[in-house]
Design a protein around this ligand. Structure first.
Ligand code: HEC
Length: 147
């Protein structure tokens, strides 16, 4: 039941944001619709990124997705994670953020969905597949890093 609640939460967040951004009228009451999380292939970091992350972080990872303007905290520019970390890509940190085990800079804003339980649900609780999802996302985001 906990997992189901998490799913609705993340999906609702994304839909509200998209609606607000598309209408360019965040003050208007948004239409909330429940849709199931899609099952993007766990072996493609790129497809998962486009399905799960691009709505906020942008397809290029720079933080300018369609929902970005509706966020209290702007989505992080994911292309400068290495640059901001002295040139070293913080893979472990990125993995922890995706799973919801790391404090994000604006911890407590909860603007970023917690993906661990969502991935666990679409992977039928198979931890190996959840791990594969996180690993492939982390690797894909590494390819987006600017020098
Ligand atoms: C609903 C919008 C939204 C979605 C969808 C989203 N994020 Fe985020 N993300 C944010 C926001 C907003 C932040 C800024 C930090 C915060 O909220 O504390 C963030 C921050 C991050 C950070 C940086 C944290 C840090 O410590 O610098 C990473 C890494 C990240 N997101 C990865 C992802 C990945 C990978 C996905 C897809 C699986 C994803 N995000 C989906 C909104 C989103």
């Amino acid at each position: 039941m906990r997992v189901v609640k998490f799913i609705s939460l993340a999906v609702i967040l994304v839909l509200i944001s998209v609606f607000a951004a598309a209408q360019d009228a965040p003050a208007q009451a948004p239409t909330v619709k429940h849709v199931p999380i899609t099952n993007a292939p766990s072996n493609s970091g790129q497809e998962m990124f486009h399905s799960y992350c691009a709505v906020c972080h942008g397809t290029d990872g720079k933080g300018n997705g369609p929902a970005a303007s509706a966020m209290k905290t702007p989505p992080t520019d994911l292309t400068v994670l290495a640059k901001k970390n002295g040139g070293k890509y913080p893979a472990d940190h990125v993995a922890a953020v995706i799973r919801g085990q790391a404090a994000t800079p604006s911890h407590g804003s909860q603007d970023m969905p917690v993906w661990g339980p969502l991935f666990s649900s679409i992977s039928q609780g198979h931890e190996a597949q959840v791990q594969q999802r996180v690993t492939n996302l982390v690797k894909y985001i590494e390819t987006l890093q600017v020098k």
